[in-house]
Design a binder for this molecule. Structure first.
Ligand code: GLY
Length: 429
């Protein structure tokens, strides 16, 4: 079976690894891939936004299944193009992808279907937005409506800061077209939860819960990032809460999508804030979270290819989705300076005893090293992005964090940066 995975992050490396574990006979391609996928798949030098190029590649190479990692190709309608060409693709269509590619669309959708979300207004010009922000109680959340690689959300502490943020989005245009509309929403305090389900248009099944560490600094301070680490399960989440999320967020959202004429097929990721008994939807993503997925997929026991096919063929109800009972953790090693400016091209030195995947460490944890922003040149690895490597482990608890932090010390590159508190609240009490 020929499978194409689109993307170049740690998430895609984890997806390729999960596919590799299938008992099916597979030939895997990854476009454009990274230094890690180069080891276990054939990297294809096509960019994630080159929809025409990807379609030609898939047709010419008779690809049986395409799996889309990132949001950009989904927002460009790759699923529509591939499906129209008779190809099997995992990922929602362009219209469904508006849930992620337009924060305004998502907020209006939530409001229309009575799904709890923070109060908000959207704006298309600096002055009106600044007047509004100036009168609001702070902190306030300011979001670029379009895609911004996880960097388009700001928490502003006072009106002066709001003015600066709005100026940078509307006037300096730091997000280009993605910042033409801005959503300003009330700040909700609570604990954050990444909740993902997989849907086939009729049925849905939840993945295991996870928690993302979005801020760059220890103790959750500083800039927002794509995610600096993750743990599964989310330590704060009870079965009751999961049931409540399904009833008050997931089911009304899937019904709402149907009502809008959207058959939602793929992963739906709800970024939630839990405040007491209340569940607020902060955002929707239309794809696997990164780095949550790395921590989730190392616990997947059932065949991921069967999962993808059951969604495409709309028989998810017959698919048995099985995860093991471990706890897991993912630590992101980043380029110093990320999420702002950083340099790449530094050689990465791995301790010789390290192997990339599925090995049991001395303390009993199973660890995996996934590549994100790396490239392989002539047998050597070099940094090639903000988030460089993901070190993941699963086991009973604290030993998983011990092993990922021990491995982090055994991998070296110039300006290596990572948070020191990933998993602290539960696997590292
Ligand atoms: N880790 C957050 C995201 O994938 O959007």
């Amino acid at each position: 079976m020929k499978i194409l995975v689109i993307g170049s992050g740690g998430r895609e490396n984890a997806i390729v690894s999960a596919i590799k574990k299938s008992k099916k006979n597979t030939e895997i391609f990854c476009a454009p891939g990274n230094g890690g996928t180069a080891e276990i798949a054939a990297n294809v030098p096509l960019k994630q936004d080159d929809i025409k190029g990807l379609l030609s590649f898939a047709l010419e190479n008779k690809i049986d299944l395409t799996v889309v990692g990132p949001e950009i190709p989904l927002s460009l309608g790759i699923a529509d193009e591939f499906t129209a060409a008779g190809l099997k693709i995992f990922g929602p269509d362009g219209k469904a992808s508006l849930l992620e590619s337009s924060k305004k669309f998502a907020k209006d959708f939530l409001k229309k279907y009575n799904i709890k979300t923070a109060g908000y207004e959207s704006f298309t010009d600096f002055q009106t937005a600044e007047n509004y922000a100036g009168q609001k109680i702070h902190p306030l959340v300011i979001k670029a409506s379009g895609l911004a690689a996880g960097k388009g959300v700001f928490i502003s502490e006072n009106p002066e800061e709001s003015k600066k943020i709005l100026d940078s989005i509307f006037n300096e245009k730091i997000f280009g077209k993605s910042g033409e509309t801005v959503v300003i929403e009330d700040y909700v305090e609570g604990f954050e939860l990444s909740y993902m389900i997989v849907a086939d248009g009729t049925t849905y099944k939840p993945l295991i819960t996870s928690m993302d560490y979005k801020k760059i600094g220890d103790g959750d301070i500083g800039e927002n990032t794509g995610g600096m680490g993750a743990v599964t399960p989310n330590p704060y989440v009870s079965e009751d809460l999961v049931n409540k999320i399904n009833k008050t967020v997931i089911e009304p959202a899937l019904e709402g999508l149907k009502n809008e004429g959207i058959k939602y097929k793929g992963i739906l990721y709800a970024g939630l804030m839990i405040k007491g008994d209340e569940i607020f939807v902060l955002e929707f993503n239309v794809r696997f979270g990164d780095p949550e997925t790395q921590a989730i997929l190392i616990r997947l026991e059932s065949d991921i290819i069967d999962l993808f096919l059951s969604v495409i063929n709309e028989n998810l109800k017959d698919h048995e989705l099985v995860f093991d009972d471990n706890k897991s953790i993912c630590l992101v090693l980043a380029s110093g300076g990320y999420p702002k400016d950083y340099k790449t091209g530094y050689e990465i030195f791995f301790d010789k005893e390290l192997h990339s995947s599925g090995l049991i460490s001395e303390n009993g944890a199973e660890y995996h090293i996934f590549h994100a922003g790396t490239k392989k040149i002539g047998g050597k690895y070099f940094t090639d992005g903000g988030r460089v490597l993901n070190i993941c482990a699963k086991g009973e608890g604290a030993e998983t964090a011990d092993i990922v932090y021990a491995i982090a010390e055994k991998i070296n590159f110039e300006n290596k940066y990572y948070r020191k508190d990933i998993g602290k609240i539960y696997v590292r009490p």
